[in-house]
Design a protein around this ligand. Sequence first.
Ligand code: MG
Length: 209
Amino acid sequence: MITPLIPLRSFDTQTTSKKPQFGTRSVFLDRDGTLIAEKNYLHRPEDVEIFPGAGAALKRLSDAGFRLIIVTNQSGIGRGYFTLADAERVNAHLARELSASHGVQFSQTYIAPEAPDQPSRGRKPSPQFLFDARDEFGLELGECFMVGDKLIDLECGWNAGVKKSFLVRTGYGDKLALQEPEKLDRAIIVANLCEVADWILNSQPENQN
Ligand SMILES: [Mg+2]
């Protein structure tokens, strides 16, 4: 049996909105370049810059019943540039900011700390963390979505069998879309998280509301 983890944000004050009722759907989110500005080996909370509109987009998805789950490769840990505790502080800060500004809660945050040349259980493009989330939350991965700014993010989603992988043109996404479009046939390419929310919510059957 998997023991549920204690949410990082259990200390947050209650918001006025009703707690979302989650079912089997989730949006998996890369962190750097997708939720926040890409900065080389970011590891200090004060350097976190949440993209404009990201909080509102996440809130819309959450209100529609999608769990929000972060899946992030942090090779700077494996390379010795910063520690797992540093990465967790950044994640906690991000979660606090989005909770305070928009009442957004992440169900889980998965970190792969290894460098690319180190053995890793979950480093993207491995789908392992999505399988872990499926088991922890009872998700139907075929109803879930993956969002990221690198090909490995999209591949992670495809490897897990998600419904769609989105490439955002924030972070490294624009460069990828311009330089390697032949690798993106299966991807939905959008400007940012706001357009991800638009696409997903517009594609939902009428009876979801
Ligand atoms: Mg990224």
